[in-house]
Ligand binder design. Structure first.
Ligand SMILES: Cc1cc2nc3c(=O)[nH]c(=O)nc-3n(C[C@H](O)[C@H](O)[C@H](O)COP(=O)(O)O)c2cc1C
Length: 237
């Protein structure tokens, strides 16, 4: 499955056709989600698959389908949600569909455990691009040390394109840090940098598996000190 190559070409869209995906395809996507190994074994993230009648919120793109993503309070809840549903995102792109994470979305039926939504469907124009068209921070701004997997994480999508992550590659491991607050006025209101890092961790997982190795995520005692404004989140082996 081409999850890995989707990392290098995917592009969020706000322009979906109104054509729903065939039921068989929706089932395939749901079956795929079941196969994703959670970031941490105890993670319990659930979702609903709804149409436009199931969502509300300002600036929500019109799409035939939405994932509404939920989880009770738990360790790294938002990070686990980002990790799981970025896999679904890449799966959709690998099948020629497109998506958009939507922080502004709300379920029609309110629920205290709601985290975030994702719009998806057929894009009106192909939702792909070349590497040069990714608007991302340069490698030296987000990392130190060398590990080719960090390029996949660098290209990950994030709310407000804030890219609130930092990676230190050392002795075969990647230490992962989360920026507490992203810059600028909109950034002051933004509360999902932990989810963004979960998305980047998904890209690291897919890149690790692409290289034929098993992805391992753990909390290390001796992680290098976090850069200013960042906190340590976990380590990838
Ligand atoms: C957690 C999260 C929340 C987002 N919320 C919104 C949103 O509310 N509205 C929107 O139009 N785009 C939203 N986006 C899409 C980002 O703006 C987009 O992913 C980012 O600008 C990078 O562009 P790309 O996905 O095409 O690489 C969100 C993305 C993420 C990851």
């Amino acid at each position: 499955m081409e999850l890995y190559s989707s990392i290098f070409t995917r592009k969020s869209t706000r322009n979906f056709t109104s054509t729903p995906l065939p039921d068989s395809k929706l089932k395939e996507i749901e079956a795929f989600i079941e196969t994703v190994k959670p970031l941490i074994p105890a993670a319990k993230i659930t979702y609903k698959l709804v149409g436009p009648e199931g969502v509300k919120g300002m600036g929500v793109p019109k799409a035939p389908h939405y994932f509404l993503i939920y989880g009770e309070e738990q360790q790294l809840r938002n990070t686990c949600a980002g990790f799981l549903f970025q896999h679904a995102e890449l799966f959709l792109y690998s099948q020629g569909y497109a998506t958009r994470w939507v922080g502004m979305i709300k379920p029609k039926e309110s629920d205290a455990d709601f985290i975030i939504g994702m719009a998806f469907g057929e894009p009106k124009e192909p939702a792909i691009r070349s590497l040069a068209d990714f608007d991302r921070k340069p490698m030296k701004e987000i990392s130190e040390g060398k590990d080719s997997r960090i390029e996949a994480a660098r290209l990950a999508p994030s709310g407000l394109n804030g890219q609130p992550w930092y990676f230190i590659a050392k002795n075969g491991a990647i230490f992962v840090y989360r920026q507490k607050k992203i810059n600028g006025l909109p950034g002051m209101m933004y509360k999902l940098t932990d989810l963004d890092v979960g998305i980047a961790l998904c890209h690291l997982a897919v890149a690790t598996e692409e290289s034929g190795k098993e992805f391992e995520f753990l909390l290390s005692k001796g992680a290098p000190a976090a850069p200013d404004g960042f906190v340590y989140l976990g380590t990838v082996k």
